[in-house]
Design a protein around this ligand. Structure first.
Ligand SMILES: NC(=O)C1=CN([C@@H]2O[C@H](COP(=O)(O)OP(=O)(O)OC[C@H]3O[C@@H](n4cnc5c(N)ncnc54)[C@H](O)[C@@H]3O)[C@@H](O)[C@H]2O)C=CC1
Ligand SMILES: O=C(O)CCC(=O)C(=O)O
Length: 414
């Protein structure tokens, strides 16, 4: 079995267990174990040198029993069908956990935008929207940013969809620039959600922000805002990384200095000589570890090397099922991805609501609503984990899948 398809089988196993504990039968599992719709597209793009390159893209719609599907679009060389499918399932769980009227969706294109010009990325973004336009839309499936996509790409995609739809459709996509109907606070929402969950987890472990040493993998949207917010709150960020490698300073890194120098792909380590590997990053002595990059980073090979007491997952799928067991057995508190990283989709939902009503909120209102949702979700999941003596991930899956299963049962689908 490949490492990638492992993402699906592990997710299915936990969903199965969660449905079982909720009292649903095999028929419900049969319905939920795979996406209801999966589209593969081939996107021809005219490159700057005049040649045409054909890119492969995907859009998976896991389940729309509760409402339209929702989830980001990833531009990365490692994108593949299995990963997009797993990511769409996790989006269903996130929406259930923070109580949003959505099912899960996710998309991706196999490409490396770091090696493309801005014009090529724009043509690719527009081509992707044309290719998936029949199955997406403000009441069907609403995309958003993810790895190596940003508000500019959302703007091009919104513009392309609006041309196809023949009217301005801000509610087609979220994570847009503010002038095009983006929401205040969406840029930092994923990081804010992680911080809200982390603060609650730290309370459970009697930790204080000014005493903790934190390691963060990834210095992109999630990782950079996280480093800034947490260092401003008094934590010492002793390690960060990007796709090239990692930086370590036991006395705390100068986050403002690094933020000034990072590029739009979250790369900064290439400016330094003394660089560790991403593997070594996980061995750094610290109190809190925040994976905020890609999947399958904490495995049975390195789980025992982790010193941190709390692992708060900003990335999607950073820890394998086997590693979750090792960490839990070692007494670590894992705040699972489907909870910790749900701040982004929560503010995306707020953006969509604002687009639908044509009335916009200030940042305090957005943050207040985000805080209410995340704090409630953390408490519910932690209490279930505590009461039933199950790990935090299973507790999160039980709460996350319940809504979709109930909606599917009412609809008579299972
Ligand atoms: N942007 C969002 O709103 C949300 C993002 N997430 C998740 O957070 C994680 C990070 O996403 P973003 O910060 O948005 O992406 P980004 O593209 O802004 O940053 C990605 C970071 O990961 C690093 N990276 C890329 N490939 C890597 C590799 N092979 N090894 C180590 N580092 C690598 C990049 O250098 C960069 O620092 C992803 O797992 C994403 O799915 C989750 C919820 C919402
Ligand atoms: O903002 C959104 O709608 C989706 C964010 C996303 O893709 C994720 O949470 O993984």
């Amino acid at each position: 079995m490949s490492e990638k398809s492992n993402l699906i089988t592990s997710t299915q196993a936990i969903i199965h267990e969660a449905l079982d504990k909720l009292g649903f039968d095999e028929g419900m599992y049969e319905l939920i174990k795979e996406p209801m719709r999966l589209l593969t597209v081939r996107i021809p793009v005219r490159m700057d040198d005049g040649s045409v390159k054909v890119f492969t893209g995907y859009r998976a719609q896991h389940n729309d029993a509760v409402g339209p599907t929702k989830g980001g679009v990833r531009f990365h060389p490692d994108v593949n069908e299995e990963e997009v499918v797993a990511l769409s399932m996790w989006m269903t769980l996130k929406a259930g956990i923070v109580d949003l009227p959505y099912g899960g969706g996710k998309g991706g294109i196999v490409c490396d935008p770091r090696e493309m010009s801005i014009e090529e990325v724009e043509r690719l973004s527009r081509g992707y929207v044309r290719a998936i336009s029949q199955i997406v839309g403000p009441t069907k499936d609403i995309p958003a940013p993810d790895v190596f996509t940003n508000s500019q790409i959302m703007a091009w995609m919104m513009d392309e969809y609006s041309m196809i739809d023949e009217f301005n459709s801000p509610g087609f996509i979220t994570g847009k620039p503010l002038v095009l109907g983006g929401s205040q606070g969406r840029d930092r929402a994923t990081a804010m959600g992680v911080v809200l969950c982390l603060e609650q987890a730290m309370e459970k472990r009697s930790m204080k922000m000014e005493d903790v040493r934190i390691v963060i993998q990834g210095f992109g949207n999630a990782g950079s805002f996280l480093s800034k917010i947490l260092s401003d709150k008094g934590a010492k960020i002793v390690g960060i990384s990007d796709a090239n490698g990692a930086l370590h300073d036991p006395n705390g890194l100068d986050i403002d200095y690094l933020l000034d120098r990072r590029d739009s792909f979250g790369m900064v380590t290439n400016l330094f000589d003394d660089v560790l590997s991403n593997h070594e990053l996980f061995e750094i002595d610290c109190d809190i570890l925040i994976p905020a990059a890609i999947a399958n980073q904490i495995t049975e090979e390195n789980a025992n090397d982790i010193k941190a007491d709390i692992i708060c997952e900003a990335a999607n799928g950073p820890t394998t099922k086997e590693a979750t067991k090792i960490l839990t057995d070692n007494g670590k508190l894992i705040v699972p991805d489907v909870l910790a990283s749900a701040g982004g989709v929560t503010v995306s939902y707020f953006e969509w609501v604002q687009n639908n009503q044509g009335y916009y909120w200030d940042e305090d209102e957005v943050n207040e609503k985000l805080q209410l949702k995340l704090r409630k979700a953390f408490d519910e999941i932690y209490d279930l984990h505590d009461k039933r003596q199950i790990d935090m991930r299973l507790a999160a899956y039980i709460i996350g899948i319940k809504r979709t299963a109930e909606a599917a049962r009412y609809r008579g689908w299972a």
